[in-house]
Design a protein around this ligand. Structure first.
Ligand code: PBE
Length: 267
């Protein structure tokens, strides 16, 4: 129905992802803070469910609004755009930080140093994510390491071999962080450590570092996406700063939709 508003056509729903994701909380905040979104709801689902709904809408050239983020392959697979967010509720350009438990520097100083040095570009992460689509993350990460010896040796220069000490790397279950955690795992494994990657909800990830059950994470999106969890635990964790700059969250729509801003959505 051409004359129906976008709101009517999408049943006043934003298609979301997992309830525990940072972007889910921010999306609820967005619905509260934009008066024009009164009566709209966020349909929480899963990342796979969100992608399925997006793909089906695109096949039918129908309107759809999803919670999305970059780095993500959906932007290379489909012609999509972020809706402007003039109130900035979903965050601007963000970073991914490395956060470790309080005694890690004392207990495993070489691991601490490698983690402190770990830094790469969004294109590096995207390369691993892309290669993993036709295989698995471990193979993709190993290939990236082979092809980027210059970067990896910056992180590992002067570091002595470990003796099989165990390292618990806590992460979140999205492709971007599976990619970064896989790379860091292999780098440390190659240095003689035994790294276990444990994907959990962001809230649990921060809690694990704060209690010392986990050693480190390279997955926190800051300053906005995981701000609530960061604030809660900031006195009990050590923030080693950015390992990647330039992530972005937002409400995402197919480029064929004739709107540009969250404020274009009608109540
Ligand atoms: N994400 C991807 C996650 C972090 C990485 C944006 C979906 C989130 O917590 O929202």
């Amino acid at each position: 129905n051409e004359s129906a508003s976008i709101g009517e056509q999408v049943d006043y729903k934003i298609i979301g992802i997992e309830p525990g994701a940072g972007i889910t909380g921010l999306s609820h905040d967005t619905l509260e803070q934009y008066e024009n979104l009164e009566g709209w709801t966020l349909q929480e689902s899963s990342t796979a469910g969100m992608i399925g709904t997006l793909e089906q809408a695109i096949r039918n050239e129908e309107p759809v609004i999803v919670t999305g983020w970059t780095p993500h392959w959906m932007f290379s697979a489909y012609d999509l755009k972020f809706l402007e967010d003039p109130k900035g509720v979903l965050g601007g350009a963000e970073n991914i930080n490395t956060v470790v438990r309080k005694d890690l520097e004392k207990d495993l100083p070489d691991v601490y140093t490698v983690l402190d040095r770990f830094h790469w570009e969004p294109e590096d992460m995207e390369q691993v994510m892309y290669d993993a689509q036709n295989g698995d993350f471990e193979t993709a990460a190993a290939a990236w390491i082979e092809n980027n010896d210059d970067k990896v040796s910056e992180w590992t220069k002067g570091i002595e071999q470990g003796n099989g000490e165990k390292v618990k790397l806590v992460s979140v279950p999205w492709d971007s962080e599976i990619a970064s955690s896989s790379v860091v795992k292999i780098v440390l494994d190659n240095l003689g450590y035994q790294v276990e990657v444990i994907p959990v909800d962001p809230a649990i990830m921060f809690q694990a570092i704060a209690t010392g059950e986990g050693d480190a994470t390279v997955a926190p999106w800051l300053p906005t996406t995981h701000q609530a969890f960061y604030e809660k635990h900031k006195d009990d964790i050590v923030d080693l700063g950015e390992n990647l700059e330039g992530t972005q969250n937002g409400f995402v729509v197919p480029a064929y939709m004739d709107i540009d801003s969250i404020e274009d959505l009608e109540p």
